[in-house]
Design a protein around this ligand. Structure first.
Ligand code: UD1
Length: 359
C-alpha cells in the first residue's frame, strides 16, 4: 500500500509525526511525505521536523504565503501532478489548515481515498477559515479519524455514514507523551530566566484577534496589566509580529516579554511548568488540558469543547475584564483541576495504523 501524507503548517507537524511512525512500525508498504510549504520559516517548519523526528519531505510544493484563494489554489495546482505521478492508495490530511482542504479537494477529484486525522471538530463559527476547511474536508474524506466523541456526533449530524467514522483519540497527545521527557530535560526555564510555576505563557495569532488594531491593542493592554502581577512569556507568531510592528507597540511592561516563535520542545517544556496559558490556539487548549495547566482561551467559541467540559480551559472571548479576573483566581490557587478526555492516551496513531492496515 502506498500512503501519502500532506502537511503544510505548524500545527500539522505534531499530528503527522506519530502517524508516520506508527505506519512505519506496522511496515505496511511505502510512505510519501508532501510538505506544501504553507509554513516555510525555520522556526515555523524546519525545527519541528528535526525535533519531531519527521523524515525530510519527499516533495516540497513551496507555495508560501498568500490570500486564502491564492494559497489554496497554488497548493491544488502544485499537488495534483504529484498525486497523479505517485499514485497513492491513500492520502492522509491533518487538522484544519488551508493545506488540508486543498489536498482533500485534489484527491477527491482524482478518486484517491482520503483519511482525515482530527475529523469532526466544529466551532459552528463560519467566520473562521478553519471551520470552512473542516466542513469541506470531512465531506470528501473516506476515513474520518476523530479525537473526541463530539466529533463523531457532529459528523453523524452532517450525514456522514457511521462506517467512515473512527474514534481514535488525539494524536497530538501521542507526540506530547513521547517527547515530554525530552522537553523537560532541556532546562528551558533557566534559559528564559523564569522559575517553574511562576510565569504565564501567551500565544496569539488568530486573524480575529490580531488583524484588527483596536482588538489587538485591547488584548495587549490586558496583557500589560497581567504582567504587573507575573512575568508573561509571549512567543510571537509572524502574523502577530507584523501587526505589532505596524502598530508600533512600544510601552510594554518589562515583564511582558516578546520572544521569537519557539520550537516544539521548548514550548512544551514552558507549558508544562506555566502557572497559566493565555492563547487563541486550538492545539494549545488540548495540550494544557492534558498537562492540567489552566488555559484562558481568547476566543468566543471553540471546536474543542472537551477542553472546557473535562479540561482546564475557559473561554474568555473578548472580555478582558474576565481575563484579568481569571488570572487573579489562578494566582490565588482557585481553578478547576480537570481530567484527561477518553483515548488521549498516547496510542491514537497506533489505532489509526491498525484501521489502515485492516483496509
Ligand atoms: C495557519 C492556519 C491556522 C493555524 C496557524 C498556525 C490556515 C487558514 N490557517 O495560520 O489554522 O492555527 O497556521 O500557525 O491555514 N508567515 C511567515 N512565515 C511562515 C509562515 C507564515 O512569516 O513560515 C507569515 C506570513 O506573512 C503569512 C502569515 O504569517 O502571510 C500567515 O500565515 P498563513 O499560513 O497564511 O496563516 P497562519 O496565520 O499561520
Amino acid at each position: 500500500m502506498k500512503i501519502c501524507h500532506v502537511v503544510g503548517a505548524r500545527p500539522n507537524f505534531m499530528k503527522a509525526a506519530p502517524v508516520v511512525r506508527a505506519l512505519t512500525e506496522q511496515e505496511n508498504g511505502q510512505q510519501v511525505l508532501v510538505h506544501t510549504g504553507q509554513h516555510y520559516d525555520v522556526s515555523m517548519s524546519d525545527v519541528f521536523f528535526q525535533e519531531l523526528g519527521l523524515p525530510e519531505p519527499d516533495v516540497n510544493l513551496e507555495v508560501g504565503s498568500g490570500s486564502h484563494a491564492r494559497q489554496t489554489a497554488e497548493i491544488m495546482m502544485r499537488l495534483e501532478p504529484v498525486i497523479v505521478e505517485t499514485k497513492p492508495d491513500l492520502v492522509i490530511v491533518y487538522g484544519d489548515v488551508n493545506s488540508t482542504v486543498a489536498a482533500a479537494l485534489v484527491c477527491s477529484k482524482l478518486l484517491v481515498t482520503i483519511g482525515h486525522v482530527e475529523a469532526g471538530l466544529r466551532s459552528f463559527d463560519r467566520t473562521m477559515p478553519e471551520e470552512i476547511n473542516r466542513l469541506l474536508t470531512d465531506q470528501v474524506a473516506d476515513l474520518l479519524f476523530t479525537p473526541s466523541s463530539d466529533g463523531d456526533e457532529n459528523l453523524l449530524r452532517e450525514g456522514i455514514t457511521p462506517e467512515k467514522i473512527h474514534f481514535v483519540g488525539n494524536v497530538m497527545i501521542d507526540t506530547l507523551l513521547r517527547l515530554l521527557p525530552v522537553a523537560e530535560a532541556r532546562n528551558v526555564q533557566a534559559h528564559h530566566q523564569v522559575k517553574a510555576h511562576d510565569y504565564g505563557l501567551v500565544t496569539l495569532h488568530r486573524p480575529a484577534n490580531v488583524d484588527d488594531p483596536a482588538v489587538l491593542r485591547m488584548i495587549v493592554d490586558a496583557l500589560n496589566d497581567v504582567s504587573a502581577h507575573t512575568t508573561l512569556l509571549f512567543p510571537v507568531h509572524p502574523r502577530t509580529r507584523q501587526q505589532l510592528t505596524r502598530l508600533g507597540f512600544s510601552a510594554l511592561h518589562p515583564r511582558l516579554r516578546l520572544l521569537e516563535p519557539l520550537s516544539y520542545l521548548d514550548f512544551l517544556a514552558l507549558q508544562r511548568t506555566a502557572t497559566f496559558v493565555i492563547t487563541d490556539s486550538g492545539g494549545i487548549q488540548e495540550e494544557t488540558t492534558y498537562l492540567g495547566v489552566p488555559c484562558l482561551t481568547v476566543r468566543e467559541n471553540t471546536e474543542r469543547p472537551v477542553t472546557m467540559s473535562l479540561g482546564t480551559s475557559c473561554l474568555v472571548g473578548r472580555d478582558m475584564g474576565q481575563l484579568r479576573k481569571h488570572v487573579q483566581s489562578i494566582l490565588a490557587g482557585a481553578w478547576k483541576t480537570g481530567s484527561i478526555p477518553p483515548l488521549w492516551d498516547g496510542h491514537a496513531a497506533e489505532r489509526i495504523a491498525r484501521i489502515i492496515g485492516s483496509l
